[in-house]
Design a protein around this ligand. Structure first.
Ligand SMILES: O=C(O)CCC(=O)C(=O)O
Ligand SMILES: [Fe+2]
Length: 505
């Protein structure tokens, strides 16, 4: 998807020029049609600048008037300006309209803010205004009508385009299964390798129906929470949530929220605020005691915030419970013989996942393909529901509304071999442990399991051994997909007792 030739304010997107929805199309085509309609519905850019293609028919181009800078491609200009300080950006921006527009790019001011946050600031709706302390009545907005730049227009488009076409009409075969609840036996037997949504357990938690962003604002307005690279008081983050228009909104992700809000967690804790749903059973990382890696987070963010494609650390499994709002999940299994999800690039050793696109840009560019890719799973987790993220699955998450969620990463007994294998064989990717134990996480985990759960450890190591013996030759790896090997309808994860995941071929 690239911005169309016509800008949103061009007045040329009347009903006749809209693609006709009545034409019979494939599901992917439907999404494209919807995406095109959504693109046309983006409001005018506040500076009136338009996508690059408009330059072909324009009689004037403001960029031509910015001296030697006009020779540089827009991408280079914006990269260059990343090395400028606030004073340089302001001076340059006052020389002509084109440079005014380039130096207004919010990403530049966000980076300046993060690298040197001002003391006692107040969130003022944009990173530029916040960094410079400009009150709303003094914010200028010059018209840059004859400036045509995808680099400047695209973040605005991605921040404003409707994402609804991508998160609705989920094909039945992709839909993540929804169940009231599971027993531990059912989970262990059939579900450890599948995403699913449970609709009952969270509704029993004392925090459900009580905690919300507004509740947290009331309870702890001045408590600082981690939001990506900044620690902001709750009142500042709430101001940001209600008044910002970032393409990739700052996401609150705090691992010390329980201490900060003085809550107790766990079925057995007196006055517990919540507990892990029973079906997930024992968390084997508990044997690590004070050495266990980070395991729980409170997640809060505005509509359109979320997580780009990633796998969870150390081959852990996770659950993610929505307290308020709702989240769209796009998920893919992984294995050594499967390619990563469309648009996601893995480094050779699979240690780095590169997904440089924002969530909106990913959806605009790759969603149609992702939806048609075998193994794709999609679902919406609503308030009071919890989603299971199986070990090793790629996932992208988009908040459909302002949302508050709690998440926990754990090691279910069935996935012990995966975690042992990861800690032993992918040492440079082990994360979340304190520095002093990070290098010997595998040895420590084995030692602690041996002390407290020797029979489970023995079974886990035996399974790991079995998988290694069963490991296929390089030729098979390169020439056959798991799906082919298992008859064309499913693939496993290597273990005998792995459930199959249906893939459409
Ligand atoms: O709620 C979200 O954005 C997903 C969080 C997530 O994937 C994670 O914590 O690993
Ligand atoms: Fe995750």
């Amino acid at each position: 998807m690239t911005p169309g030739i016509l800008g949103a304010d061009s007045g040329h997107h009347g009903s006749e020029s809209r693609p006709c929805k009545k034409i019979k199309t494939s599901p992917a085509m439907d999404t494209l049609v919807d995406a095109a309609a959504a693109a046309a519905a983006v409001p005018a850019h506040p500076l009136r600048l338009r996508p690059s293609g408009n330059a072909y028919t324009a009689v004037e181009d403001l960029k031509a008037r910015c001296g030697s800078f006009a020779r540089l491609p827009d991408e280079t200009l914006s990269l260059l300006f990343e090395s400028f300080d606030a004073g340089a950006l302001l001076r340059l921006g006052s020389t002509c309209r084109a440079l005014y527009a380039f130096t207004r790019l919010e990403e530049l001011w966000r980076a300046l803010f993060v690298s040197s946050p001002p003391d006692n600031f107040e969130w003022r709706g944009t990173w530029r205004s916040t960094y410079l302390g400009i009150p709303p009545e003094r914010v200028t907005s010059l018209s840059c009508q004859n400036l045509f730049s995808d680099v400047l227009y695209r973040p605005f488009q991605c921040a404003n385009i409707s994402l609804e076409p991508f998160t609705s009409r989920i094909p039945t075969q992709n839909a993540i299964q929804r169940l009231p609840d599971l027993t531990y036996a059912e989970y262990a037997e059939n579900w450890t390798n599948k995403p699913f949504i449970l609709t009952s357990p969270v509704k029993e938690w004392p925090v459900y129906g009580k905690w919300s962003p507004e509740y947290l604002l009331k309870q702890c307005p001045n408590v600082r929470f981690r939001a990506e690279a900044v620690d902001w008081p709750m009142h500042t983050y709430m101001d940001y949530m209600s008044n910002s228009s970032d393409e990739s909104p700052l996401y609150l992700f705090d691992r010390a929220f329980a201490e900060k809000t003085s809550i107790a967690i766990g079925r057995d804790a007196p006055d517990a605020a919540y507990w892990a749903p029973d079906c997930f059973g024992e968390d084997l990382f508990a044997v690590l005691g004070e050495h266990r890696p980070d395991s729980r987070w409170m997640i809060m963010g505005p509509k359109r915030s979320g997580s780009t494609f990633h796998k969870d650390p150390n081959a852990t499994t996770a659950w993610n419970a929505v307290l308020t709002g709702s989240k769209y999940w796009l998920m893919f299994p992984s294995s050594s013989s499967l390619p990563p999800p469309p648009g996601v690039i893995l480094s050779d050793d699979h240690s780095e996942i590169t997904s440089p696109l924002s969530i909106a840009e990913y959806l605009l560019t790759f969603h149609a393909l992702a939806r048609e890719t075998p193994g794709c799973r999609e679902g919406i987790c609503y308030a009071g529901e919890v989603l299971h993220v199986p070990s090793g699955w790629f996932h992208l998450v988009l908040n459909l509304e302002d949302s508050l969620a709690l998440t926990q990463n754990f090691v279910p007994t069935k996935k012990l071999p995966d975690v042992l294998g990861f800690l032993r064989d992918q040492r440079d990717q082990v994360s979340g442990f304190k520095d002093e134990v990070c290098d010997r996480a595998y040895e420590l985990f084995v030692e602690r399991l041996n002390e407290t759960r020797p029979e489970i450890l023995e079974e886990g190591l035996a399974e790991l051994e079995k998988r290694a013996k069963k490991g296929r030759g390089k030729w098979d790896e390169l020439t056959k997909s798991d799906a082919e090997e298992s008859g064309g309808f499913s693939f496993g994860f290597g273990g005998d007792d792995d459930e199959d995941i249906d893939v459409r071929l």
